[in-house]
Design a protein around this ligand. Structure first.
Ligand SMILES: [Fe+2]
Length: 260
């Protein structure tokens, strides 16, 4: 099955710029590219930081942009989001019994499990006991079926100093819930605004550039996030019983195309 991964749209209210960019215009171009080239995908998943400051007016812009997407879409929250304002604009968005934006998707490739790591007022992520309880019950119920995990914050460091300080904190519980499970096929996250892939304790992971501003590849600068205007991207993911393939696509690139 084929799906689209998009992350960190960081929408601001209409008429505002963010770091000199128009995030809504970036998202519209991203959606136009998806519609043009991948309208056959099952759905798109957005892994958080939907809006930059979480105002109602920003979620209104986000909703308008997403209305143009020809695929079903599923939204996760990031640290920049506001859970209440999000739920006011997207009242039908799934949530767990505690009100967290956590849900599962049944797919031909397996069970997609989407986790809410938003903690109001802070930049790092938290997966509290209540959320962990949902995650543990969900993974237990999945049995041996293939599981794909989606969350905004990674729960391990990647070498970007400031970003590592604001990853998932108090991650021991999260790691405990994942430990010993051999059916987790891939971990998709956002937050880092960079293309990064690898594995954590044998579980493959990937993340990529935002549709908005980016984080520079700098493993030295500490205390501040080094920003950049590298090209935005989304990912086309092909997943089945045997493999997971993640194609990164710089959707604003207009360099020449030719047959080799
Ligand atoms: Fe972000």
């Amino acid at each position: 099955m084929k799906f689209i991964h998009v992350t960190d749209t960081h929408i601001v209210p209409s008429g505002e710029l963010l770091y000199g960019l128009d995030p809504a215009e970036r998202l519209r171009l991203c959606i136009a590219d998806i519609n043009r080239n991948h309208a056959d995908a099952e759905f798109a998943i957005f892994t958080g930081d939907l809006c930059h400051r979480g105002e109602p007016a920003a979620y209104t812009v986000l909703h308008e942009c997403l209305s143009q997407l020809r695929l079903p879409y599923h939204l996760l929250l990031g640290n920049h989001d506001h859970r209440g304002n999000f739920q006011a604009q997207f009242p039908d968005a799934p949530r767990d019994a505690e009100g967290f934006v956590q849900f599962t998707l049944e797919t031909a490739a397996g069970l997609f499990v989407c986790v809410d790591t938003n903690e109001p007022g802070v930049s790092w992520g938290i997966c509290c006991e209540r959320r962990l309880g949902w995650l543990e019950r969900t993974l237990d119920a999945a049995g041996d079926r293939p599981v794909y995990l989606f969350q905004h914050h990674p729960h391990f460091p990647v070498g970007l100093k400031r970003m590592d300080e604001i990853s998932l904190r108090e991650a021991e519980g999260y790691i405990r819930v994942l430990s010993g499970r051999t059916n987790i096929r891939h971990l998709f996250f956002g937050h880092l605004h960079r293309p990064i892939a690898g594995s954590w304790r044998g579980i493959p992971f990937s993340t990529m550039r935002a549709t908005s501003h980016q984080v520079e590849l700098d493993l030295v600068i500490a205390g501040k996030v080094p920003g950049s205007h590298e090209p935005p991207a989304y990912a086309v993911v092909l997943a089945d019983q045997d493999q997971t393939v993640v194609h990164f696509h710089d959707f604003l690139d207009n360099s020449p195309r030719f047959l080799l």
